[in-house]
Design a protein around this ligand. Structure first.
Ligand SMILES: NC(=O)c1ccc[n+]([C@@H]2O[C@H](COP(=O)([O-])OP(=O)(O)OC[C@H]3O[C@@H](n4cnc5c(N)ncnc54)[C@H](OP(=O)(O)O)[C@@H]3O)[C@@H](O)[C@H]2O)c1
Length: 325
């Protein structure tokens, strides 16, 4: 049987790297990485070639004909473009439909959340709507929240090397909201299985590594490290007020990237801890398939295993080379 031809956008990013690694390991796919012209000379892109990945230099906001030609013959498009640039996928969706792509996996890879709660999720919905309107085959994949952004710092500073700069991980409300979580390194393992499975065509699927409350996360950090953590609980009202303030400021300054990131992270907190959207029960009621039920042999890292890696110095800091815009 010939290998499925997969085009991956964002192969050098956090999510994209995880997906690429798993696709390469399975050796079942012919992989092309779509790279924008301004990044063609980056060392990360050169490194892709060394891994045997074909490179396609293309501007996804460029002329439609060029994109259609480039996508002709591709079976699956996976986009891991990054939350700041996700609306640029619109042109790619149109081109994929015209080129006869069989399945489009847009850049979701986030927590489970209904429409109307988070700006980030609502933009993703616009992409979903366009895909469905065009009748393009799809799978929408969510993964919960990354372990790599969910751990509090240890007082000894042993885990600071892996912390995203400025990351604060207080507890929210009573600390009892449970959340779907995942190790970034496992995202690709789920994606590689999902795109090779007819059962997931035109479906929502979520992959996950653990389901935990913030209190449980703090407990595990203490248990594995032997250190004692201070617990600061942020009241729900404080998060809601913060969102209101940030949204007002953002309305007056829509191009301000800092404000956009502020709104996005506060809305994540509202969805995960105040509304408690990011749960298996909610995923089920929103119509998601559970990838752990589809692939029971797949054994993602538990949060406790991740903390073991963390204290052993084996975790990579997210966005170590800076965030892509
Ligand atoms: N679940 C979670 O906890 C969580 C956390 C963070 C993000 N996410 C989600 O994960 C998804 C992927 O985000 P990420 O943070 O992994 O991405 P990322 O690390 O920021 O990487 C983005 C990738 O897209 C490429 N890219 C950006 N703009 C492009 C353009 N116009 N044309 C072509 N390539 C472009 C970048 O390449 P160059 O810049 O080198 O060109 C890079 O390879 C997003 O949907 C985001 O919402 C989820």
């Amino acid at each position: 049987m010939s290998k499925q031809k997969v085009l991956l956008l964002g192969a050098t990013g956090e999510t994209g790297t995880s997906i690429l690694n798993s696709l390469l390991t399975l050796n079942k796919f012919e992989i092309t990485a779509l790279v924008r012209p301004s990044s063609a000379e980056k060392p990360d892109v050169q490194a892709l070639t060394e891994k045997g990945v074909k490179i396609l230099i293309a501007d996804i906001s460029g002329p439609a004909e060029e994109l259609i030609n480039a996508l002709t013959g591709i079976d699956v498009v996976i986009s891991a473009i990054g939350g700041m640039a996700q609306m640029a996928q619109m042109g790619l969706v149109e081109a994929a439909k015209k080129a006869g792509v069989k399945r489009f996996v847009p850049c979701d890879f986030a927590s489970v959340c209904p429409v109307g709660v988070m700006m980030l999720r609502d933009e993703k919905e616009e992409i979903h709507t366009q895909i469905k309107k065009l009748g393009l085959g799809y799978t929408f994949i969510d993964v919960g929240y990354w372990y790599q952004l969910s751990f509090p710092p240890l007082p000894s500073g042993r885990t600071s090397y892996a912390m995203f700069p400025g990351m604060q991980v207080p507890l929210h409300g009573d600390g009892e909201a449970k959340n779907i979580l995942i190790d970034i390194r496992d995202i690709g393992h789920f994606v590689a299985r999902i795109i090779d499975d007819e059962r997931t065509l035109n479906k929502y699927v979520y992959g996950w590594g653990d389901i935990l409350t913030e209190n449980q996360i703090y407990d595990m950090m203490e248990e594995v490290s032997g250190e004692k953590l201070e617990r600061v609980y942020v009241p729900d009202e404080e998060v809601v007020a913060q969102e209101k303030q940030l949204l007002q400021a953002f309305e007056n300054d829509k191009t301000n990237v800092r404000l956009r990131i502020g709104v996005m992270s506060t809305q994540y907190a509202i969805s995960k801890y105040v509304r408690r959207d990011n749960t298996p029960e909610n995923a089920k009621s929103l119509g998601y398939l559970d990838a752990r039920e589809l692939y029971p042999d797949l054994k993602p890292k538990s949060f406790k295993e991740f903390v073991g890696d963390l204290v052993d110095g084996k975790v990579q800091r997210p966005y170590a080379k800076g965030m892509s815009m």
